[in-house]
Design a protein around this ligand. Structure first.
Ligand SMILES: Cc1cc2nc3c(=O)[nH]c(=O)nc-3n(C[C@H](O)[C@H](O)[C@H](O)COP(=O)(O)OP(=O)(O)OC[C@H]3O[C@@H](n4cnc5c(N)ncnc54)[C@H](O)[C@@H]3O)c2cc1C
Length: 460
């Protein structure tokens, strides 16, 4: 098809999700222009340096050639390595099959790969272009450029991929408050990266130090270094955000020496790391629907979640794959008149995504407990052993919650419902029983009640 007759899409934000979506759309012959607030020399994406873990839920939405490039630069993690308070170390595999692994990639590396792939596919990226206005009917966006001038650009479809602080979302909800609404909640936990020389540690696992309401996490990189982050509640001081009980370097050092004595000697500048700049804040964005007129929101712009399930970007790639699939299904790339097609696609996209993203937001917040809980009473350990045994014996019927969230395409909402039902049933079967003695009986009873109702992938 001649270039001038192709359908065109305007994407605001050339972060990882915007670039991944641009590649998917270019492969369908659509013209794609991305407008990015940052300058070409700076980094697009959400600013801070941290590693992102990708799982098959998100990776499988990307073209194979893009996936292969990411694997070449990432680190495969097959288990959690848990560093207990008493110095003991235990491991938990992420799943039961070779596909059940995380791919850990530094955010900048991932961003660069996705940007280069979008450009190679023929997308155009316009830097120093900040979105300051939207019109969802035409649809078009107003961009302010570095020289202070602004221009309007129009396409057949407008997509906001401009992250959790999305201007597109703010402008849409501001102009159409009766049709679309959004809220943004900042949670009490913040995060900061800590320099830690940990090169001799096991490079195939995600290292975790759960310590009650806070935890330390260290992810291996391909070059033998580790990226280490602390997640901890902040003091309620809006003028000077800092971790609770840590305004001075000595307090931060004493805290790490007490909580993480096994690795404290490897944290050479931890006092400075923890006090010299404000910790990053973590936001939950809830928005419904994810569209208005001929404009849609994709990625964090529609649904930022806390990172405790490591699914934010995976969910963004899932959005991108689903939106590209809908555009195909409704005949967008070759349609004669795009208006009604785009409106139908946008409405269907919202219908498919809003509840899923809300379910992920809940699951992500609930997983904070799993990551930070250091309480391993004998009852908790017996219950976990029973769940592991159940998963070993009946992997189809009882995949772990983690497996379903990270490594399947079962909708998040179905996953959450299934998990809640199975946990409630197990609670009732375990009540008043000695699980070391009655484990096999509980498993048989569980399979009798739960089997047939839920099979992986069958009950969506
Ligand atoms: C500490 C932490 C750890 C995380 N770990 C994981 C993980 O392990 N796995 C995972 O899946 N997810 C993780 N996430 C979530 C992940 O970072 C986000 O889901 C992901 O960055 C979202 O990508 P995005 O492209 O939607 O938004 P962003 O990365 O925020 O990119 C948005 C882009 O839009 C541009 N932009 C913003 N405003 C405008 C404007 N007005 N005009 C033009 N351009 C604009 C920005 O410059 C940026 O380039 C983590 C998040 C945090 C905070």
């Amino acid at each position: 098809m001649p270039e001038q007759r192709r359908r065109s899409v305007v994407i605001i934000g050339a972060g990882p999700v915007g670039c991944a979506l641009a590649t998917l759309l270019r492969r369908r012959g659509t013209r794609v222009d991305l407008f990015e607030r940052a300058s070409a020399a700076a980094d697009a994406g959400s600013g801070r340096s941290f590693n992102l873990t990708l799982t098959s839920r998100g990776l499988d939405r990307l073209p194979g050639s893009v996936r292969r490039r990411i694997y070449l630069r990432g680190t495969v993690l097959v288990k959690r390595v848990i560093h207990h308070r008493d110095g003991a170390i235990s491991t938990q595999p992420y799943g039961s099959a070779s596909a059940h692994h995380l791919l850990s990639v530094p955010r900048r590396v991932l961003q660069n790969i996705l940007r280069d792939q979008a450009l190679a596919a023929g997308a155009r990226i316009h830097y120093d272009s900040t979105c300051v206005g939207v019109d969802t009917a035409r649809p078009s966006a107003q961009l302010r450029h570095r020289d202070g001038n602004s221009t309007w650009v129009t396409g057949d479809l407008l997509i906001g991929c401009d992250g959790s602080g999305s201007a597109v979302r703010r402008l849409m909800t501001g102009r159409h408050p009766g049709d679309i609404s959004a809220s943004c909640t900042t949670i009490e936990h913040g995060h900061t990266e800590i320099s830690m020389a940990y090169g001799d540690a096991d490079p195939t696992g995600m290292h975790l130090w759960p310590r009650g309401d806070h935890f330390l996490q260290s992810q291996p990189n391909r070059d033998g270094t580790f990226t280490t982050s602390l997640f901890k509640p902040l003091a309620g001081d809006p003028l000077r955000p800092h971790f609770a009980g840590m305004t001075r370097q000595e307090e931060a050092e004493a805290y790490c020496a007490r909580e993480f004595p096994d690795v404290y000697p490897r944290m050479r500048q931890v006092g400075e790391d923890l006090t010299s700049r404000p910790p990053g804040r973590l936001r939950i964005v809830d928005c419904a629907p994810h569209h208005h007129g001929r404009a849609v929101l994709v990625g964090d712009a529609a649904h930022a979640v806390v990172p405790f399930f490591g699914q934010g970007i995976n969910c963004g790639f899932e959005d991108a794959g689903i939106l590209a699939g809908l555009l195909d299904r409704f005949g967008f790339p070759a349609c004669e008149e795009s208006g009604t097609v785009v409106e139908a696609v946008a409405a269907e996209y919202s219908r498919l995504r809003v509840d899923q993203c809300r379910a992920l937001a809940d699951l992500s917040m609930e997983n904070l407990q799993e990551l930070s809980s250091g309480v391993d009473s004998s009852e908790v350990l017996a219950r976990r052993a029973l769940e592991r045994r159940l998963q070993e014996l009946h992997p189809e019927l009882c995949p772990s919650l983690y497996q379903l969230v990270a490594f399947s395409d079962v909708p998040y909402e179905t996953t959450r419902r299934r998990h809640r039902e199975s946990a409630a049933l197990l609670d009732s079967l375990c009540r008043g029983r000695d699980l070391r003695r009655d484990r096999e009986t509980v498993i048989d009873e569980f399979v009798g009640s739960f089997g047939g109702r839920w099979r992986t992938g069958a009950a969506n």
